[in-house]
Every structure is written in C-alpha cells, then in structure tokens.
Unconditional design. Structure first.
Length: 727
C-alpha cells in the first residue's frame, strides 16, 4: 500500500506582505522558524500576525501577548532592543514562563519593528539547537536590519495588515526540482525499501506511509493518513512519544526512541526534521541484553526528550482498562496557563486571560465567568454572548435551577454537556437562554469555599475527551485562586484609588499670567496607586507655589501619607520655601512613619519674574527660557523628609522671564529601564526648547510620549508644567 496526503500549510505566494516578509527573513537569517507580532496600541498587546516553521499547537499560547509580559518579543518592543536567548538554561533563568511551555533546546532572537512614527511590533526567530549559544555582532546586526526592513515595508503599505484571531500560517518549504516530474518515482523508491517510512507535517499528521510502515504499525494506510501516529496506533498513545515529536520539530535535531508493539516486539523510530516536517524511519530494534521491567500501568511514562541516536526505554502498552494518558501538549498547555494566571492582577486580567487563551486552547466559543457574592452569581466577565443574555444570567441565586452553575458550586463537581439535549434533560430552560450547543460548567472553589463558576460554551455539539475534562478540572482550581486573589486586589485598589482621587487636586487654579498643565500616570502594573502628588497654591494675585513630591511605596499607606504631606505644605505655603520644607519635615517626623518623602517646592513671583526653589531630595526641574537651550536646573537639595529633623533646606533663586517654561516631575518620568535618568532628563529639557510656543496641554503629553513611547510606565509619575505669559 502506498499513499500520501498533502499538508495544509499556505504557500508564501498566498501569504501577502507579512507572510512573504517573514519567510524571506527566516531564509536569509538561517533560522528554522519565525513569528511576526503586530502591536495593538489601544490594548497594549502584541498579536501574532504570521508564523512559519512551527506547529500551531506550539504557537497558540502566544497568539496574544501583553506588552508588559516577560517574553522576549514584548521586552524587545518595550526596551527597543534586540533580545537574544542562546540556550534553554538562559530561557529558564530569564523567561521561565516561556521555558515552561516550550522546554526544548533552541536559540531565539526577538527584535522590535521600528517604523517612522511608531513601533509596529516584533520579529521572533528560532534556530536549531545546534546554533551557537552566542550570536555574533554581525548576526545581531543582520537580524536588526531584517526587522527594520519589515517595518519599512509596513510604513510604505497603504493598508497595513492587522493581527487577527487566526494568525497566518505560511510554509517555508521550497519546491523540490523533481517534485513536479517524478512523484511516482519517489513513492516507488520508498515502497522498495525494506524498512518502514513515514512523513509527518509540522503538526505531526501523517502525510505519507509506505507498506512496510503500515505493516509495522498494524494499521491500514487509509487509517493512518491525516492522523497523528499516537492517535492512530493505541500502543503509541504515550506522552513520551508525542514529546519526542515535539522535541524534533522545535529543536530540529534528529531524535531516536524505541517502543514495543502489542506483541512485545521492539521497534526503533528515527525522526529527521526539517522546515517542512519530519521523516520517520521505523525498523525492528534488537532486544536489549538486560531489558528493564516495563513500568506499571499506574506509573506515568517519562516525557523527557531524547536526542541524537541514544535509544530511550520502551513505552509500555497501556492496559485497556486504564484511562488514556493526558497528551504532552495538554500538559504544556496547563503549565503555560498556570504560569500566566500567576501574572494576573485584577479581575479584568483574569477574564482577559481566560477569554484570550483558555477558549482557543479548548476550541470553545463562549465564556461566562461569575463570582459568588452574597448568595448570588455575579458575572464578572464574558465573551461570545450578547448583553441581553448576560443580563438574564447576572445575579441568579446560587440555588437556581435555570443553569447548572449553582449546582456545580454546591457539589464542587464539574458538569460537562456535549449537546443541548443532554443539558435539557437536567435543566430544560438552560439551552434556551444562550443558543449554545455544548457546555463545561467548572466550579471555582478554594478549600471548599465557592469563589465562582467558569462556563465554557460551544456553538456546536462537542465531545469532551477524558484528557480535556482532566485538564479543565485542574485549570478550574487555578482560575479560582487567581479570581479570589484578583477580587482582593480590586477591593484594595478601589479603596486606594478613591483615597487618591480625593487627595489630588481636581483642577488647577486660574492664575493670570501663568498657564499650567498636570498629569498623574499610574504604573502599568501593580496597585496603580502610589504617593506621587502635585499641587499649585495661589498665594496672592501675582504669587503662586508649585509643589511636587513622591512618597515611598505603592499602597494605601503611601496615598494617605501623601495627603498629610500635601496638607502640611498648604498650612505654611506663604512662608519662604526653606521654612515650608522644614515645617513639613517636622510634621512627618512627628507622625513616626517609616516612609520617606521627596518634595520640590517652587515659589513663583510673576510680578518680578522670579522663582525661589527648595528641594527635599527631589529630582531637579527642567527649564526653558526664550532664546536659550533647555536645561536641567542645578539645585542644592536637602535630604528626604523623614531622615533628620534638624537639617536645613538650601534655596535657589531662578529668573523666569516672560515665556519661560518650568517642568516639575517625579522620578517615574525619567527612570526608564535601560536608560540613564540624567540623560533622559537632559533630552526632555532639550525637547522643551524645540516646542517653545506649543500649548502646554499638548506639550506635556509630548514630553510623556518622548520618555515613554510605549506608555508602559514602570513607576507612578506626576508631571506639572508651568509657563509664564509673554509680555
């Protein structure tokens, strides 16, 4: 018997701009696989737009990556640099989440796609395990040049592509010179060989099998073609077998292993991968001189990868009564999702993760995530439903018989319904509510306490396999912990945010002869709350006090102390700047807090064009005077509040002629990862001189974008901009 089926990968000619650019880049750099991500600036996520050389199962966990995540592609964009990971050891150390879902040997590079006015995204390339761990300077330059070329093509495109939920999959395979003329000769050649030969595509599906392989596997060719070996031959349905395939396809190194067929005969499988798939050679293996005993049915088979020509222990044939093992791919899915859930902070993060990664992993179309609150199911997020349906489900009592959600929470046992008929037998009203046709109801419990319910639904009937049920049940426990933690965070965050909103100025005072603009920017991750503050106090008709400060910490205590410091400054704002800071320091020391505070106080006399400044360990302001370059003001700062009660605070007099611009800021503005804060401050000062007449509202936003083009702030930032009027 001889037969073959074609692969389903798209060809480069059909791939459009991104697919063609990616394939050309992979070939020119000598990489084995590649991925192109496009940046969605609105959601600050990287969406996978095209990939090649990898199975879809391997790339699906990474089809959407938050820009703030610890992955090579996101770091490359955030820090605007090429990222190189030369070994699995480096991957485990720097990017453990990536290593958990792809524990194989390969080298990786990620480079940003720098366009004229924006960063388009990132280019990620993989090389076989045989690649040197270090990339030469020339190779790094070549990779960066390729990334710039792709960005230039996107700049020139009249209709730039967008990342979609279904990324483009393109083929790296180039037509063989004999492919069109002698397909039968190739088949005849394989058929004459005494050994078994298989061809697998990158997804692991059998695309060719000769008669010898069919006989050795004990299956007719028509039952093998289009299936994966471990699915078509039950005795190969072992995690180790699938793991060997994944090792070969990602590391691009030959892999060899042995397995025993139902008769006990040992067969040797040799896998030879390339960009198009894997060639498999199957021959009887010599019996070992001292065979190791086969593992018991309840003992899991090893999933460790084997490389080169060293055989591994045979995979035992599972008992017909034993449950089917969970496939290696599912195990890595669970590891990936578990590590991703540990990074969620707010309830919205949990909902986004489940909708963006759990649904695609299990082929589901809809999601309802609800929290148990005061005896009712309060819906916290959903996907794939209309709002009217959600409104009908929101707030149902835990004991409702409209859906199984309350029942699974009370029993703690998940329920799976493969069709609307199955669900209607127990809950007649449930199928009518949503129009879905299959459901998984997963109770979210922590130590027996109901936290909520996660419902996955399908637009068509769906059969839940044993390994799907096992993984989903395990995943429900992880979601429960993440949801419970996120609810606590949201409660604390709401309290802190409400406190901060009452402490920061709701508006700046109107002062003739002075225009002002202010911004408060919370850190992109964490509590989104801190002790950064600003204030403008009108002292008389021509005099104002401008204050900016930073309380150590990012919590409710920091926000509360910020309010006390701001109140203390206001109480003595009419005094000279050094006395204001001395008094405030005394107040802080009397409070007995362990937190330190930096503050910059500026008394601005508009009538005489003069400012007097005093600093308690705060970054110096930026200044631009008409006709002069921008500069960082040279101040003699005193110590932070909370260190020494008797320390004096030096003052600095600063001329402010008409049209001068003064920028007060906290350190979050200039402490950009990978840059020198002093250099960043000097650059922003120079930028003030480039926009001498720009409206202060626009100018303040330009300064922020110049310092943080990706808007992924690593610390809270306050910025206050003041400009004296021209006369």
């Amino acid at each position: 018997m001889r037969a073959a089926v074609p692969g389903d990968a798209e060809q480069p000619g059909e791939a459009g701009l991104l697919g063609t650019a990616l394939v050309d880049t992979v070939r020119r750099t000598g990489a084995s696989a590649g991925m192109l991500y496009l940046l969605d600036e609105a959601t600050q996520t990287l969406g996978l737009a095209a990939f090649c050389g990898l199975p879809e199962e391997v790339v699906w966990p990474w089809h959407r990556v938050p820009l703030g995540a610890a992955t090579p592609g996101s770091v490359a964009v955030r820090e605007d640099r090429l990222v190189w990971v030369g070994s699995q050891e480096d991957m485990v150390r720097v990017y453990p989440r990536v290593a958990a879902s792809a524990p194989y040997r390969f080298a990786l590079a990620a480079a940003p796609l720098p366009g004229r006015s924006r960063c388009w995204g990132s280019l990620v390339l993989l090389w076989p395990a045989s690649h040197p761990e270090r990339a030469s300077r020339r190779e790094r330059g070549h990779i960066s040049a390729e990334a710039r070329g792709i960005a230039h093509a996107l700049d020139q495109s009249p209709d730039p592509p967008q990342a979609s939920e279904q990324p483009l999959r393109v083929s790296l395979t180039e037509p063989h010179p004999y492919a069109a003329g002698a397909p039968q000769a190739a088949v005849d050649y394989a058929e004459r060989l005494p050994e078994g030969t298989l061809a697998l595509d990158l997804e692991g599906r059998i695309t060719f099998v000769n008669s010898a392989a069919s006989a050795l596997l004990g299956r007719a060719a028509d039952r093998l073609l289009g299936a994966r070996p471990w699915q078509s031959a039950p005795w190969l349905d072992q995690p180790a077998v699938e793991e060997h395939y994944r090792t070969a396809v990602i590391s691009r190194e030959p892999v060899e292993f042995t397995a025993s067929d139902p008769s006990g005969r040992l067969l040797c499988f040799q896998l030879y991968p390339d960009a198009s798939g894997i060639s498999v050679r199957i021959v009887p293996a010599p019996a070992p001189l001292d065979p190791a005993p086969a593992p018991a049915d309840d003992q899991p088979a090893s999933a460790g990868p084997s490389r080169s020509s060293t055989p591994v222990s045979a995979a035992s044939q599972p008992s017909s009564a034993a449950p089917r093992p969970t496939h290696t791919g599912r195990l890595y899915q669970l590891l990936h999702l578990a590590s991703a859930l540990t990074e969620t902070v707010a309830v919205s993060d949990v909902v986004e993760l489940v909708a963006g990664q759990v649904l695609p992993a299990f082929g589901a179309d809809g999601l309802v995530l609800s929290a148990a609150e005061a005896g009712r199911l309060k819906i916290t997020g959903w996907h794939g439903y209309d709002r009217q349906t959600i409104e009908r489900l929101d707030g149902l009592p835990l004991g409702t018989d409209i859906t199984p959600a309350g029942h699974v929470l009370s029993t703690g046992i998940p329920s799976f319904f493969g069709s609307a008929e199955e669900l209607a037998d127990e809950f007649p009203q449930a199928p009518l509510i949503s129009g879905k046709h299959a459901w998984a109801f997963l109770p979210l419990l922590i130590s027996g306490r109901p936290v909520g319910c996660c419902i996955l639904s399908y637009d068509r009937p769906h059969t839940f396999t044993a390994d799907e049920r096992a993984v989903l049940t395990s995943l429900a426990g992880l979601i429960a912990q993440a949801l419970d933690r996120a609810q606590l965070y949201d409660s604390a965050h709401g309290l802190a945010l409400g406190l901060q909103e009452t402490l920061l100025p709701h508006s700046l005072p109107a002062v003739p002869g002075l225009t002002m603009a202010a911004r408060y920017l919370p850190a992109s991750r964490g509590m989104d709350i801190g002790g950064d503050f600003y204030d403008v106090i009108r002292l008389d008709a021509t005099t104002v006090a401008a204050v900016i400060g930073d309380v150590q910490g990012h919590n409710v205590s920091a926000a509360a102390l910020m309010g006390q410091v701001r109140t203390a400054i206001r109480a003595t704002a009419g005094a000279p700047p050094d006395q204001v800071l001395t008094h405030t320091n005394h107040v802080l020391m009397d409070l007995g807090t362990d937190l330190l505070v930096s503050t910059l106080y500026a008394r601005i006399d508009l009538a005489h064009g003069q400012a007097t400044l005093a600093s308690a360990g705060h970054p110096p302001p930026l200044l631009h005077r008409p006709g002069q370059p921008g500069l960082v003001v040279d101040l003699d700062p005193g110590p932070l509040f909370g260190i020494d009660i008797d320390t004096p605070y030096p003052v600095t007099d600063l001329p402010l002629p008409p049209g001068s611009t003064l920028a007060l800021y906290t350190d979050g503005l200039v402490e950009v990862p990978g840059t020198d804060p002093d250099r960043t401050a000097a650059d922003l000062a120079e930028h003030l001189a480039l926009q001498p007449t720009e409206d202060v509202e626009n100018l303040i936003d330009h300064l922020i974008r110049r310092a943080w083009p990706t808007s992924r702030y690593t610390d809270d930032t306050a910025l206050l901009l003041l400009r004296t009027a021209d006369r």
